[in-house]
Design a protein around this ligand. Structure first.
Ligand code: GLU
Length: 496
């Protein structure tokens, strides 16, 4: 354990869509910092944007975190000392704090109608002025404001941003950031329906939940001075601010658009965690890959398990430069982790893919197959194409696939028959017993191994590409191999 103080960090997603790589990375860094320092990882659901709310999103987020192995200590499902952990259940808490700011003169009731505000914005646009609230309600005496509110007038609560001076905040990756206060708007903290907006809600929650480090996307960087001002208005301790770099598209040119993200799936890629699981990527690969999109340990180490990361992670190695999403790297990591799994473990991981493809999977057989496909899999899903034939009752090779390249159907039939005779004559169909006589057939026939073994491969597996032939035949078993060879001979004879 390090000497750092235990960190309390929170992952605070809005359940508005699919969990993507950016969220996975934020959650990962949260998790790493909490585990490394012996602190807590809090899951908070920021679900007060009712228009954009997607009912299935919270569960998807939790499933995504579990799949990645990022278990949290406190959250809506687990509870904890600072709950509730869903913002939709904390409305009164935010109101209480908003009132506290109103009381101390650092926030005020604003009665401006949406019509007035949009007119104001239009006017400012025309004059090429920044779209800031003009402060009309800023100086209404509190007693009067309360009277109007009590009489039923609609109001929002705005932050009373200082109009002079500067605000300086420190971001862990970028150092000090200073802005002039007059450029900061009197932002709305509470809407007219009584719901707090992010600017207030997140600050209140981070305070109440005793968060020590706020790790979030750099899209929040422009709001940072406002957030610091709000926290300072309350007189609360400030958390350490950590704004992570943005992700760029693979070309490195700009951010990925919605359409571009959706189109990735055509190439077997995605930026959505749920898709990556379905495509047959391993969580170990996702973790390793996203860990390095914004953090590095040194200039050469690339392979990091989750526990390596817990040990090695530190905030001072985070990098503020944008990171291009590199799927080639991702595929490399996935291959690496597929090859480093034990046979029983890999069997356990590919089984759901084979089952989903409709195969009845026998576990003993699968454990025999895994060693011969392990080297060849790029994703777990590749197992369906590569090994599905092992679980089929029958294979139905296309006639033209059975005809070896450069040979006639009659010549191919002849070779298939000879191979069949050899297989029949073996006491057992093992790699050991089959290899020598079948290679001798190649020699004798004067044909190439590709031609002879190609016919057998298509006959036995039903496909042109398969795992090593002799091993495959041994697993399929003599009886079925003979049946498939007989069928192939019959098909080829019909073509002759
Ligand atoms: N709900 C915000 C989001 O999803 C959270 C940002 C934060 O971590 O504070 O962008």
């Amino acid at each position: 354990m390090s000497m750092e103080k235990p960190a309390r960090v929170r992952f605070a997603p809005s359940p508005t869509g699919h969990m993507h790589l950016g969220s996975a990375r934020t959650a990962l860094y949260d998790y790493l910092l909490a585990r490394k320092t012996g602190g807590q990882f809090v899951l908070r659901i920021e679900d007060t944007d009712f228009k954009r709310y997607v009912p299935s999103a919270e569960e998807e987020l939790m499933n995504g975190l579990r799949w990645l192995g990022l278990d949290w200590d406190e959250g809506p499902d687990k509870g904890g000392p600072y709950g509730p952990y869903r913002q939709s259940e904390r409305k009164e808490i935010y109101l209480k704090y908003a009132e506290q700011l109103v009381e101390s003169g650092q926030a005020y009731y604003c009665f401006c109608s949406p019509e007035r505000l949009s007119k104001l914005r239009e006017e400012q646009q025309k004059q090429k002025q920044p779209p800031l609230y003009d402060g009309l309600c800023r100086e209404i005496p509190l007693a009067e404001a309360r009277r109007r509110a009590a009489a039923g007038e609609k109001y929002t609560i705005r932050f009373k941003t200082p109009k002079s001076g500067v605000t300086t905040v420190r971001d862990a990756l970028r150092g000090e950031i200073t802005v002039e206060n007059r450029t900061i708007d009197d932002y709305i903290l509470v809407k007219s329906d009584g719901w707090a907006l992010y600017h207030l809600a997140a600050m209140v929650d981070d305070y109440e939940m005793k968060i020590t480090h706020v790790i979030r996307g750099s899209e929040w960087l422009p709001s940072l001075p406002l957030h610091a001002l709000i926290i300072r208005a309350f007189g609360w301790p400030e958390p350490e601010w950590v704004h992570l770099s943005v992700f760029l598209k693979p070309s490195g040119k700009g951010k990925m658009s919605k359409r571009e993200s959706a189109e990735l799936i055509k190439d077997g890629h995605s930026i959505f965690v749920k898709d990556l699981e379905a495509l047959g990527y391993l969580p170990e690969a996702v973790v390793n890959w996203v860990a390095l999109m914004g953090w590095s340990y040194d200039d050469h180490t690339e392979i990091f398990s989750l526990s390596d990361l817990v040990e090695k992670f530190s905030l001072d190695k985070l990098n503020p430069s944008p990171a291009a999403i590199n799927f080639t790297k991702f595929d490399y990591f996935n291959g690496y982790y597929i090859r480093s799994l034990s046979v029983p473990e890999l069997a356990k991981r590919v089984k759901p893919f084979l089952t989903a493809a409709g195969y009845q999977v026998d576990d003993d057989r699968l454990e025999k197959i895994v060693p011969i496909i392990q080297e060849r899999l790029n994703t777990l899903d590749d197992s369906v194409e590569m090994a599905g034939f092992f679980f089929k009752d029958e294979v139905v090779p296309a006639g033209e696939d059975l005809v070896a390249k450069g040979l006639t159907p009659a010549e191919s039939a002849e070779l298939a028959e000879q191979a069949l005779e050899i297989i029949r004559s073996l006491p057992e169909l093992t790699v050991h017993q089959a290899e020598q006589p079948l290679r001798a057939l190649v020699e004798r026939s004067g044909k190439t191994p590709q031609q002879v073994f190609g016919i057998i491969r298509v006959a036995v597996t039903g496909q042109r590409v398969s795992p090593p032939l002799f091993e495959s035949m041994e697993i399929i078993g003599k009886e079925i191999v003979i049946k498939r060879m007989e069928n192939a001979v019959a098909v080829l004879k019909k073509l002759s």
